[in-house]
Design a binder for this molecule. Structure first.
Ligand code: ADP
Ligand code: ZN
Ligand code: ZN
Length: 757
């Protein structure tokens, strides 16, 4: 009985002291507790209040918080309370993650991107928090180290095997497998030592290691022109913010030249970001980097698996990954000490993001460089007018490379007038290739040289029409024709992905023979080429056939090894690839793109055609490019033919200046969309009625968008045009704040739009 009481008394004591401790802890928390505003990666502009203990939370900390019934990972954006609610209703955060806080500069950048592009602040942040795996509990490795207990103390006999284990672990802990290998012992030896307490386990975070790139690994002998260019770029690296356009003809060695600046930034202990159009991020680029720097860079693109994404994100945040090559999304990563950005193929339209947050990646890269005070290099053979205008105004510097490397000459360009040199029908059915191009392909094959045919159109045929009743097969969700894909036997909508099996009879009149494919896609051109040259080795590159980066890499490698005679493809072919044995490029439809109403259509066509042409003749043999067209008089084609870029640019500048289009004025598009046609139209009309209109501001529209119906939503567009002196965002904020938009209608802003569909 006494014993029992005694035990009970002791338990009560323990309980009381526990209570006291937890009360003290609560008090301490209350004294130290603070309220912070956490920004979540959701469509909001405001922060949400949470309680924290002030001694462990800094601005920028990445935290996990309760969110309704779920949890969210967000970032401490503000100290102090924001919302007008009682403190007792504010929930505490769940935890502060063990990751470096986002720097002031990065938070400022996120805010800038949201304000400039008129996007939700939370969605701008979401682009930073782009690796979910990084916010989960880190994976742990169990390693073993010496506990300090000797073999004798553990009552174990001395043995060679046991001493080898002890020797191995004197300096560094290892995993069981590593001990077995390193000391040459069996698992049972290790287990005995663990059980006896000679070895003790410790947990360490599993981290992928990133080898240091070596700036001196394999220096390339630069030509004197390249050397001069490289020196200028290298000098920029230590001078704070600057923007330099590296303007060099295709094949001039721009990559080799900017690699020197990369090496310089590395020698200063900085991280470097190289952005490339996603599809150019093939093994070819990676191979060149590895040859120059001795290691692989860290990659960042949409095709990364979860594990690689997580590892890379953390390593970038901790500064362990030194060179990052990535698509535009890499611009939002939380670099620890970024010191240089290179935007390769800086003219490329893939830098413009058009879903979620609309932004121009090239321009945002310049903003980030400016905010963090480091240099940025824009490399291209076909700079866009905006960039050239900044050079003219002295805001950007320019470094030029005027000749191709190693006596390679720019290719000769010939125009084929399809009205005179008409493609001939044959066993292949309708032909898409002029007789002179067919002849050229034939003789190139005989010489054993490689050829490439370019057509910027996926699939087999862009349109199916019924010859009996005139019916055209349209997407039920979009204002668009369905494209025939013969390899998958489907009709596909290229805007929403809707797809149906190719019908056997006309859905309108039931005709069994009426359905006819109209016009060519790459698959159809390939069919003709295969029929004409049955012995040639032919490959097709197009996003439906070679859908992943590794598929594209594979075809590119085959091309490099000379295992392909004729490569046929879409614009993927235009992106920076280098094929020394390619001597003939045929552009199947040079008119495609020239007829669009989009303000950048001509510039883009010029860029695309020059880039594709630039693939030819990059080795010792001279290349030739054939452009098939119905309009040989077109100014863009003439400019390409004469190789006179300045002439083309001055024409283009004149038009844009006259129409006050960028870079001589500002543009923003409003896209109003909704499933209910009437409601959507009403909002569009309201916006039109109260549209600002002054000498320096004008609004076009509302009008039905060219793709009036997209994914089942009706769409209207308005275009706001202002002079350069006006801050277009301010105009938009004021304008938009004056209409009431029902929740079922969406108003999207696109600053400096590229896409007018
Ligand atoms: P660009 O990007 O200007 O089109 P690249 O950088 O791709 O040109 O260079 C074209 C080709 O010439 C590449 O295969 C590159 O390795 C090679 N090259 C360029 N400069 C040199 C050099 N100085 N030494 C050796 N090879 C070079
Ligand atoms: Zn029909
Ligand atoms: Zn569709």
């Amino acid at each position: 009985m006494r014993i029992f009481l005694c035990v009970k008394y002791k338990q009560i004591c323990i309980k009381q002291s526990r209570l006291l401790l937890s009360a003290l802890e609560k008090l301490r928390k209350k004294i130290l507790s603070e309220i912070v505003g956490v920004l979540l990666p959701l469509p909001f502009n405001d922060v949400f209040d949470y309680k924290v203990e002030s001694d462990n939370v800094a601005l920028g900390s990445i935290v996990r918080v309760p969110w309704g019934r779920e949890q969210q990972v967000g970032v401490v954006w503000k100290l102090g309370k924001s919302a007008d609610i009682s403190e007792s209703k504010i929930k505490p955060i769940i935890e502060v993650l063990r990751l470096p806080p986002l720097s002031d500069a990065l938070r400022k950048f996120v805010s800038f991107v949201a304000t400039y592009n008129m996007a939700f602040l939370g969605l701008s942040l979401k682009m930073v928090l782009s690796a979910k795996g990084a916010f989960e509990d880190p994976k742990m490795n169990v390693l073993y180290t010496l506990s300090g207990k000797t073999l004798a103390e553990a009552k174990l006999k001395n043995s060679d095997a046991r001493w080898r284990v002890i020797d191995l672990l004197k300096h560094y802990p290892y995993s069981r497998a590593e001990i077995a290998k390193g000391a040459g012992v069996s698992q049972s030896v290790i287990k005995t030592m663990i059980d006896a307490g000679v070895l003790k386990p410790i947990e360490v975070e599993k981290k992928k290691e990133f080898a240091e790139p070596k700036g001196e690994f394999h220096k390339v002998d630069l030509t004197s022109e390249q050397k001069a260019a490289a020196e200028q770029l290298v000098a920029k690296v230590s001078e704070g913010f600057s923007v330099t356009l590296l303007d060099g003809v295709t094949g001039s060695g721009k990559t080799e030249v900017y690699f020197e600046a990369v090496a310089e930034a590395l020698s200063k202990g900085k991280q470097v970001l190289v952005t490339v159009p996603e599809i150019a991020l093939t093994s070819q680029w990676l191979g060149r980097f590895e040859r120059r720097f001795g290691v692989k860079p860290a990659c960042w693109h949409s095709g990364l698996g979860t594990k690689e994404r997580t590892d890379n994100w953390i390593a970038i945040a901790e500064g362990r990954a030194k060179v990052i090559v990535g698509a535009r999304s890499a611009l939002f990563l939380p670099y620890k000490n970024l010191g240089l950005i290179v935007v390769d193929e800086s003219h490329d339209h893939s830098y413009k993001q058009e879903d979620g947050v609309n932004y121009q990646g090239r321009d945002m890269a310049v903003v980030r460089a400016k905010m963090e005070a480091f240099p940025i290099i824009l490399a291209t053979a076909t700079p866009d007018l905006e960039t050239l205008n900044n050079v003219d105004e002295g805001k950007y510097d320019v470094v030029k490379l005027t000749s191709r490397y190693a006596a390679a000459e720019l290719p000769k360009i010939e125009i084929i007038d399809l009205k005179k040199d008409k493609p001939q029908k044959g066993e292949w059915g309708t032909s898409w290739l002029a007789p002179s191009l067919v002849e050229a392909l034939k003789s190139n094959l005989q010489k054993g040289e490689q050829s490439m045919l370019f057509l910027n159109r996926r699939g087999y045929a862009p349109l199916i029409i019924c010859r009996d009743c005139g019916h055209r097969i349209q997407c039920p969700h979009c204002t668009a024709w369905l494209t025939e894909h013969r390899n998958t036997k489907n009709l596909v909508c290229h805007h929403c992905g809707y797809s149906i099996p190719i019908p056997e009879t006309c859905p309108e009149c039931g005709s069994q023979t009426g359905l006819t494919a109209c016009g060519p896609g790459v698959e159809r051109v390939a069919e003709e080429v295969k029929c004409r040259f049955p012995d040639a080795r032919i490959r097709v590159i197009s996003s439906d056939i070679t859908s992943t980066l590794s598929d594209v890499s594979e075809v590119i490698q085959e091309m490099e090894k000379g295992e392909v005679d004729i490569l046929i493809g879409t614009q993927i072919l235009a992106k920076g690839h280098h094929f020394p044995c390619l001597t003939l490029v045929g552009i199947v439809d040079a008119d495609l793109g020239l007829m669009g109403s989009d303000l950048r259509a001509t510039e883009q066509t010029y860029q695309l055609l020059s880039q594709v042409s630039g693939r030819a003749g990059r080795g010792e043999k001279k290349g030739i490019v054939y452009l098939q067209t119905l309009y040989p008089e077109n100014a863009v084609l003439k400019a390409l033919l004469s190789g006179n870029r300045e002439e083309f640019l001055s024409l283009e500048k004149k038009t844009r200046r006259m129409l006050k289009l960028p870079p001589y004025g500002r543009l923003a598009a409003l896209i109003i969309s909704g499933a209910n046609q009437e409601q959507t139209e009403r909002v569009a009309n309201q916006l039109g009625e109260i549209a600002p209109n002054t000498d320096s501001i004008s609004v076009l529209g509302p009008a039905q968008a060219p793709i009036y119906k997209l994914r089942g939503k009706f769409r209207y567009r308005l275009l706001l045009k202002t002079t350069k002196l006006i801050k277009i965002q301010d105009v938009l904020y004021q304008w938009l704040s004056r209409v009431n938009v029902p929740p079922s209608v969406r108003v999207e802003v696109d600053i400096d739009p590229y896409n007018f569909m």
